[in-house]
Design a binder for this molecule. Sequence first.
Ligand code: 2PG
Ligand code: MG
Length: 419
Amino acid sequence: MRLIREVGARAVFDSNGIPAIEVEIVADGGIRVAESAPRGSTTGEFEAYVLEDATALPTLAAVAPALTSVLDLVRPALIGRDVCDQRAVDTALREVDGGAYFRRIGGNVAVATSMAVAQAGALASGRALYRHLAESGSGPGPVRLPVPMFNIADGAVGSNTVYTEFLLLPTATEPAVALDQGVRVRAALAARLTGKGHRCSDSTQGGWSVDLGGCEATMELIVAAAEDCGLVGGQDFHLGLDLSGAEFATPAGYAFPWLEEPLSAADLTRRYLDWVDRYPLTFLEDAFEPADEAAWHGLRARLVNRAAVVGDDLFASDAERIDRGVRAGLADGALIKPNQVGTVTQALDALDAGARHGITTVVSQRSGETASAFITHLAVAGGATWLKAGGPARMDRIAKFNELLRIAEEFTPADGSHG
Ligand code: 2PG
Ligand code: MG
């Protein structure tokens, strides 16, 4: 047993230069580790609360309430606890909060603390983080290498596809092969974009920031870029879209800027089905807002065995929401983001819920990321189908993919499911 001896905190920045809380755990045996909280840009109504002084943004002073929370609430609850007992630590965080969505102690505080404790627990137990996390899950962890998917393009701010993510899903399961595919298609897409006279700039998530008018033109260009690399749609790769439906739901229908006029959920469903017919599109994330359950159900029913209908804001990485939603036939895929639900244990529980239902599970980045590769270990520990860590560029994204390459060395090719 190694005990937590000190819990400290500081204000740092995330990958977008937005202030974030970093929590440092000191434990027996000279262990000292820190993790900071990532941050979403499209944040659903069911996700953990970010405790901060928004009036002080973008300065570090915005983190003041989170610092106070660590010192006054979290520190007394954790000092003296076994750093290896992740579930007990995370339960203590929930108890000290005492409510839903970590409104008291802050979801940002909870997740940074929980991840730092997990890192410390891995050091204390002398195991790789993913092994330690697998042991901390609710069942024996189905340790497995996820396949990396890539934000190959993200809709530019102010464009018709703002918040839309265009994802490349390699069929190659070996991380190095899939990553090579990602970087090659990324380069080919840049050549296509500049060849068409478009300016080509980095998106905040490691893809290209694009302004091509709409989803169809963008998907067509990505398919063409992949073909430039000798890759065949439907065979070597598929496409995915994150539509961030909740951002565009209005009383008049879905007012996506790429539409000429708002569409009803029924009309939008027809549009999605048409895309699945015309493009190698097999992954539709947040196609609707969470409340539109009939629309989710209808799309899922029509796309069974053709494309995954994936909930991000719909589930908010919560095991119970996943359980209920999958039983109701709303989706057959779930994003898992630790900061959406608040603790590592809850994220592992969400992965377990997904595995029990046999759905597609995607451990995901946030748009505001940290330098840590924690989510890579979480994906391996929870047997995730995919690792969604952005485009293959920028160290905040690459760190996650590089860690997958390192972990892959511990898995033999003949045995993809157990290291
Ligand atoms: C998403 C993520 C990550 P955000 O919606 O899936 O790509 O973005 O940071 O807005 O949650
Ligand atoms: Mg999403």
